[in-house]
Design a protein around this ligand. Sequence first.
Ligand code: PCA
Length: 215
Amino acid sequence: MSRLLITGFGPFPTVPDNPSGRLARRLAASPHLRRILGEAPDCLVLNTRYGALDTQLAPVLAKRPSAVLMIGVAARRPRVCVEIRAVNRVSRLFPDTEGRVSRTLAFEPDGPAQRPSPAALAVRIALKRAGLDAAASRDAGRYLCNASYYRVLEQGCPAVFLHIPMPPRTRRPKPGGGRRRPAPDRWAQAFTEAARVLALRGRARPSAAPQAHSR
Ligand code: PCA
Protein backbone atom coordinates (compact mmCIF):
# COMPACT_ATOMS: atom_id res chain seq x y z
CA MET A 1 0.00 0.00 0.00
CA SER A 2 2.40 2.67 1.24
CA ARG A 3 -0.16 5.44 1.39
CA LEU A 4 -1.30 7.80 4.05
CA LEU A 5 -3.80 6.15 6.40
CA ILE A 6 -6.40 8.26 8.23
CA THR A 7 -8.17 6.71 11.22
CA GLY A 8 -11.13 7.70 13.39
CA PHE A 9 -13.38 5.94 15.88
CA GLY A 10 -16.98 4.83 16.11
CA PRO A 11 -19.25 5.37 19.14
CA PHE A 12 -18.43 4.24 22.67
CA PRO A 13 -20.40 4.24 25.93
CA THR A 14 -19.92 7.91 26.88
CA VAL A 15 -19.91 9.21 23.28
CA PRO A 16 -22.78 7.58 21.35
CA ASP A 17 -22.16 9.77 18.30
CA ASN A 18 -18.42 10.04 17.68
CA PRO A 19 -17.42 12.97 15.46
CA SER A 20 -13.92 11.57 14.89
CA GLY A 21 -15.09 8.82 12.55
CA ARG A 22 -17.02 11.35 10.46
CA LEU A 23 -14.04 13.67 10.30
CA ALA A 24 -11.70 10.84 9.26
CA ARG A 25 -14.07 9.82 6.45
CA ARG A 26 -14.54 13.40 5.36
CA LEU A 27 -10.80 14.04 5.17
CA ALA A 28 -10.09 10.81 3.36
CA ALA A 29 -12.78 11.61 0.79
CA SER A 30 -11.65 15.20 0.29
CA PRO A 31 -10.87 15.92 -3.37
CA HIS A 32 -8.59 18.72 -2.16
CA LEU A 33 -6.47 16.34 -0.09
CA ARG A 34 -6.44 13.85 -2.92
CA ARG A 35 -5.08 16.53 -5.25
CA ILE A 36 -2.41 17.52 -2.75
CA LEU A 37 -1.28 13.93 -2.17
CA GLY A 38 -1.66 12.80 -5.75
CA GLU A 39 -3.66 9.81 -4.52
CA ALA A 40 -6.55 9.09 -2.18
CA PRO A 41 -5.55 8.25 1.39
CA ASP A 42 -6.85 5.10 3.04
CA CYS A 43 -9.39 5.41 5.82
CA LEU A 44 -10.22 3.20 8.78
CA VAL A 45 -12.94 3.88 11.34
CA LEU A 46 -12.21 1.64 14.28
CA ASN A 47 -14.80 0.10 16.52
CA THR A 48 -14.09 1.32 20.02
CA ARG A 49 -13.16 -2.04 21.47
CA TYR A 50 -9.80 -3.54 22.33
CA GLY A 51 -10.40 -6.51 20.06
CA ALA A 52 -10.55 -4.15 17.06
CA LEU A 53 -6.83 -3.45 17.44
CA ASP A 54 -6.19 -7.01 16.29
CA THR A 55 -9.13 -7.53 13.96
CA GLN A 56 -9.31 -4.11 12.26
CA LEU A 57 -6.11 -2.16 12.87
CA ALA A 58 -3.47 -4.89 12.58
CA PRO A 59 -4.48 -6.00 9.04
CA VAL A 60 -4.31 -2.42 7.79
CA LEU A 61 -0.94 -1.83 9.46
CA ALA A 62 0.34 -5.02 7.88
CA LYS A 63 -0.01 -3.23 4.53
CA ARG A 64 2.58 -0.72 5.75
CA PRO A 65 0.98 2.68 5.39
CA SER A 66 3.59 5.37 4.68
CA ALA A 67 2.18 7.59 7.44
CA VAL A 68 -0.83 7.59 9.78
CA LEU A 69 -3.04 10.48 10.85
CA MET A 70 -5.25 9.37 13.75
CA ILE A 71 -8.29 11.21 15.08
CA GLY A 72 -10.31 10.60 18.23
CA VAL A 73 -12.60 12.61 20.44
CA ALA A 74 -11.66 13.84 23.92
CA ALA A 75 -15.04 15.24 24.91
CA ARG A 76 -13.88 17.31 27.86
CA ARG A 77 -10.92 19.01 26.25
CA PRO A 78 -11.44 22.60 25.16
CA ARG A 79 -9.04 22.49 22.20
CA VAL A 80 -7.67 20.19 19.56
CA CYS A 81 -4.66 18.38 21.05
CA VAL A 82 -1.65 16.96 19.27
CA GLU A 83 -0.65 13.88 21.22
CA ILE A 84 3.12 13.73 21.43
CA ARG A 85 3.32 10.17 22.77
CA ALA A 86 1.41 7.04 23.67
CA VAL A 87 1.98 5.25 26.96
CA ASN A 88 1.92 1.58 27.85
CA ARG A 89 -1.01 1.94 30.21
CA VAL A 90 -4.63 1.00 29.97
CA SER A 91 -7.61 1.90 32.11
CA ARG A 92 -9.38 -0.78 34.10
CA LEU A 93 -12.28 1.58 34.75
CA PHE A 94 -13.67 2.37 31.31
CA PRO A 95 -15.20 -0.55 29.44
CA ASP A 96 -15.07 -0.71 25.65
CA THR A 97 -18.16 -1.21 23.51
CA GLU A 98 -18.14 -4.91 24.36
CA GLY A 99 -18.07 -4.16 28.07
CA ARG A 100 -14.43 -5.28 28.34
CA VAL A 101 -11.79 -3.74 30.53
CA SER A 102 -8.16 -4.76 30.67
CA ARG A 103 -7.01 -7.19 33.31
CA THR A 104 -3.55 -5.65 33.38
CA LEU A 105 -2.40 -2.07 33.80
CA ALA A 106 0.22 -2.39 31.06
CA PHE A 107 -1.24 -2.50 27.58
CA GLU A 108 1.65 -4.65 26.32
CA PRO A 109 3.43 -6.23 29.30
CA ASP A 110 6.73 -6.50 27.39
CA GLY A 111 6.48 -3.17 25.60
CA PRO A 112 8.32 0.08 26.37
CA ALA A 113 6.75 2.48 28.89
CA GLN A 114 6.01 4.99 26.16
CA ARG A 115 6.37 5.56 22.45
CA PRO A 116 6.98 9.14 21.37
CA SER A 117 5.84 10.58 18.05
CA PRO A 118 8.74 12.36 16.33
CA ALA A 119 6.32 13.89 13.79
CA ALA A 120 4.09 15.56 16.39
CA LEU A 121 5.94 18.88 16.45
CA ALA A 122 5.85 19.28 12.67
CA VAL A 123 2.14 18.50 12.67
CA ARG A 124 1.45 21.04 15.40
CA ILE A 125 3.32 23.67 13.41
CA ALA A 126 1.36 22.70 10.29
CA LEU A 127 -1.91 23.11 12.18
CA LYS A 128 -0.84 26.53 13.42
CA ARG A 129 0.10 27.54 9.91
CA ALA A 130 -3.39 26.53 8.86
CA GLY A 131 -4.86 28.77 11.57
CA LEU A 132 -5.60 26.17 14.24
CA ASP A 133 -3.96 26.76 17.59
CA ALA A 134 -3.71 23.17 18.76
CA ALA A 135 -2.22 22.27 22.14
CA ALA A 136 0.54 19.71 22.62
CA SER A 137 -0.53 16.91 24.95
CA ARG A 138 1.53 14.22 26.72
CA ASP A 139 -1.58 12.37 27.80
CA ALA A 140 -3.62 10.55 25.16
CA GLY A 141 -5.61 8.91 27.95
CA ARG A 142 -5.67 5.24 28.99
CA TYR A 143 -8.35 4.05 26.62
CA LEU A 144 -8.63 3.06 22.97
CA CYS A 145 -7.08 6.21 21.49
CA ASN A 146 -3.89 5.77 23.49
CA ALA A 147 -3.85 2.01 22.87
CA SER A 148 -4.27 2.34 19.10
CA TYR A 149 -1.63 5.08 18.98
CA TYR A 150 0.76 2.88 20.96
CA ARG A 151 0.25 0.13 18.38
CA VAL A 152 0.67 2.44 15.39
CA LEU A 153 3.82 4.10 16.76
CA GLU A 154 5.42 0.68 16.97
CA GLN A 155 5.45 0.64 13.16
CA GLY A 156 8.02 3.40 12.97
CA CYS A 157 6.28 5.35 10.20
CA PRO A 158 5.34 9.00 10.84
CA ALA A 159 2.14 8.94 12.90
CA VAL A 160 0.30 11.54 14.91
CA PHE A 161 -2.85 11.37 17.00
CA LEU A 162 -5.17 14.38 17.10
CA HIS A 163 -7.79 14.57 19.83
CA ILE A 164 -10.75 16.78 18.98
CA PRO A 165 -13.23 18.22 21.48
CA MET A 166 -16.96 17.56 21.07
CA PRO A 167 -18.05 20.03 18.39
CA PRO A 168 -20.43 22.60 19.85
CA ARG A 169 -24.05 21.91 18.91
CA THR A 170 -25.13 25.46 18.32
CA ARG A 171 -23.51 28.14 16.26
CA ARG A 172 -23.69 31.48 17.87
CA PRO A 173 -23.91 34.41 15.47
CA LYS A 174 -20.96 36.72 15.79
CA PRO A 175 -21.50 40.35 16.65
CA GLY A 176 -21.83 42.08 13.32
CA GLY A 177 -23.90 39.31 11.83
CA GLY A 178 -21.04 37.06 10.61
CA ARG A 179 -20.96 33.42 11.54
CA ARG A 180 -17.84 31.57 12.49
CA ARG A 181 -17.42 28.48 10.42
CA PRO A 182 -18.45 25.31 12.28
CA ALA A 183 -15.60 23.67 14.18
CA PRO A 184 -15.56 20.47 12.08
CA ASP A 185 -15.10 22.58 8.93
CA ARG A 186 -12.16 24.41 10.47
CA TRP A 187 -10.66 21.17 11.72
CA ALA A 188 -11.06 19.47 8.36
CA GLN A 189 -9.24 22.30 6.66
CA ALA A 190 -6.38 22.40 9.15
CA PHE A 191 -6.08 18.60 9.29
CA THR A 192 -5.57 18.60 5.53
CA GLU A 193 -2.35 20.48 6.16
CA ALA A 194 -1.41 18.01 8.89
CA ALA A 195 -2.07 15.14 6.47
CA ARG A 196 0.09 16.77 3.82
CA VAL A 197 3.01 17.20 6.21
CA LEU A 198 2.73 13.63 7.47
CA ALA A 199 2.50 12.21 3.96
CA LEU A 200 5.61 14.16 2.93
CA ARG A 201 7.52 12.81 5.91
CA GLY A 202 6.35 9.32 5.04
CA ARG A 203 7.60 9.65 1.49
CA ALA A 204 10.91 11.12 2.60
CA ARG A 205 11.78 8.11 4.74
CA PRO A 206 14.70 6.11 3.39
CA SER A 207 12.79 2.91 3.94
CA ALA A 208 9.33 2.93 2.63
CA ALA A 209 10.53 -0.68 2.93
CA PRO A 210 9.11 -3.06 5.55
CA GLN A 211 10.13 -2.47 9.16
CA ALA A 212 11.98 -5.01 11.25
CA HIS A 213 9.33 -4.89 13.97
CA SER A 214 7.21 -7.87 14.65
CA ARG A 215 4.64 -8.53 17.30
N1 PCA B 1 -11.98 8.66 22.02
C1 PCA B 1 -11.66 7.65 22.99
C2 PCA B 1 -11.73 6.35 22.24
C3 PCA B 1 -12.37 6.64 20.93
C4 PCA B 1 -12.42 8.11 20.86
O1 PCA B 1 -12.81 8.77 19.87
C5 PCA B 1 -10.30 7.90 23.65
O2 PCA B 1 -9.92 9.08 23.83
O3 PCA B 1 -9.60 6.96 24.00
